[in-house]
Design a protein. Structure first.
Length: 269
């Protein structure tokens, strides 16, 4: 299951959060930090997003090249991120994605590792340090085991890596992002996608369940028709005898040359 997301430096209103829900946006990337930065998420905004079923990806970026500061910068940013996350009431275990927002040369990669390691230590086990950055940074930190949550940006990258559980695939100048911004009534957004939202501040509707993989398997194998989200597959609802028979027949059709069409969330004659 791929979840659609956006990220923005703009504070999101209740009306915009509602439009996000209506347009299939399931998570929003927002900055963590002091209110004086102007781009940071507020408690009211967080409550509004979560209430609309929109999960929150938290990003810390005090400056684009902050990771060049290595361990001292990471320790400072980690301590501040901990303070502001706790003020917001962010649940323990949530990931905070620290930003490497520049084309880090090879010589800076060890500094990025030192930064992330120090930030993780400063979070004191309350939150998890993740990383937002380009392909080479994600690859290096992943290979070194420096952190385990990655939000890969589309800049300075040739391909998205398996380690990236969230991908930023279109910037605000992209026609797709411009169209989404208009639909949501937000000045500018980037577009993101993720199959694995673990680490985000989760809205109830995007929480992980034991049956998620089974629903994805059923969709892939044609047992059920494609659905926009796990919840739309009605995994906790009772099934009628007819629905059970139809799903069995759908699976058997993998071995037949039969035409199918979609009706009421199931593949049917």
């Amino acid at each position: 299951m791929t979840y659609q997301g956006i990220d923005t430096a703009a504070r999101i209103t209740a009306a915009q959060a509602k439009k996000m829900r209506e347009n299939g946006v399931r998570f929003a990337g927002r900055y963590l930090g002091p209110v004086s930065w102007g781009k940071t998420i507020t408690k009211t905004e967080a409550d509004t997003l979560l209430g609309e079923g929109v999960s929150i990806l938290l990003c810390w970026e005090s400056s684009a090249e902050r990771m060049r500061g290595g361990a001292p910068a990471g320790a400072s940013d980690g301590a501040n991120a901990l303070k502001y996350a706790q003020q917001l009431g962010v649940p323990a275990g949530t990931a905070i994605f620290f930003a490497c927002d520049y084309d880090a040369p090879q010589g800076d990669l060890i500094l990025c590792e030192q930064y992330i390691t120090a930030a993780q230590a400063a979070l004191g086990g309350v939150y998890e340090a993740g990383c937002y950055g380009p392909e080479k940074v994600v690859a290096f930190l992943s290979d070194r085991g420096a952190c385990f949550k990655f939000w890969q940006c589309c800049a300075w990258s040739n391909q998205f890596l398996p380690a990236a559980n969230v991908r930023q695939y279109a910037w605000q100048g992209d026609a797709r992002a411009v169209d989404m911004a208009k639909k949501l009534g937000i000045a500018a957004v980037d577009l993101d996608a993720g199959e694995d939202l673990r680490g985000l501040w989760r809205a109830k509707e995007t929480e992980t369940h034991w049956y998620d993989d089974t629903v994805l398997w059923a969709e892939k194998e044609g047992v059920i028709a494609p659905v926009p989200s796990i919840a739309d597959a009605r995994p906790e609802d009772p099934a009628t005898r007819a629905e059970v028979m139809q799903m069995i027949r759908n699976y058997n059709r993998r071995f037949e040359d039969a035409d199918t069409k979609t009706a009421s969330g199931l593949l049917a004659d």
